[in-house]
Ligand binder design. Structure first.
Ligand SMILES: Cc1cc2nc3c(=O)[nH]c(=O)nc-3n(C[C@H](O)[C@H](O)[C@H](O)COP(=O)(O)O)c2cc1C
Length: 168
């Protein structure tokens, strides 16, 4: 699939066949994250990768009730901000960096036949504690990834006309 088709076809997946995701696929997603752009190439990210039931349970303890579907994902990534590497001049940059990393992961998941969804509906403090993170690492977004159980809902997007701002 070329890039524009991938972008068109990617939709958030919240219903998984609880099948193991092979390590080689987990690595492909991680590699796409590793290559992401970042302000001043600071690469202010680390990843917790939950594949075992025990590790997934830790993540699920922090997840909001509405995100309990994530338990069936074959693998759950947690993108962590590494504040020791965050670009200090502009506070917002590290979150933009992580957003770029997230999109690479979502598109790669789609490209290799998997489904994924970004999730910020979780308790950061609980998750940071469950994962026993050191002070410099903070959980930002959880990304459950797995085999799609059903085709996801296709959300309406605003038109090109709607998204261009012009001073009236
Ligand atoms: C930063 C961010 C946080 C999100 N958090 C959640 C979440 O906690 N739970 C959830 O089910 N979906 C979450 N989503 C997925 C959005 O609801 C979804 O991207 C949006 O409805 C558009 O649908 P699409 O991804 O299929 O295009 C999140 C998406 C983003 C970008």
């Amino acid at each position: 699939m070329n890039l524009s088709e991938l972008i068109k076809n990617r939709h958030s997946v919240r219903s998984f066949d609880p099948k193991k995701v092979d390590d080689s696929l987990v690595e492909k997603i991680l590699e796409s994250a590793r290559l992401s752009p970042s302000a001043k190439n600071t690469q202010p990210w680390k990843f917790f990768i939950a594949q075992s039931t025990d590790a997934k349970d830790k993540v699920m303890k922090a997840m909001a009730k509405r995100n309990q579907w994530a338990k069936d994902a074959g693998v759950i990534f947690v993108i962590l901000a590494d504040m020791n590497h965050a670009y200090k001049k502009e506070n917002k940059n590290y979150l933009i960096d992580i957003g770029l990393c997230l999109e690479n992961m979502l598109l790669t998941a789609e490209d290799i036949g998997l489904g994924a969804c970004a999730c910020t509906g979780f308790e950061n403090d609980i998750l940071d504690k469950e994962l026993e993170l050191p002070q410099n690492l903070k959980s930002v977004v959880v990304v459950p990834v797995g085999y799609k159980k059903e085709e996801p809902e296709k959300h309406e997007k605003n038109s090109l006309q709607d998204i261009v701002w012009k001073k009236s």
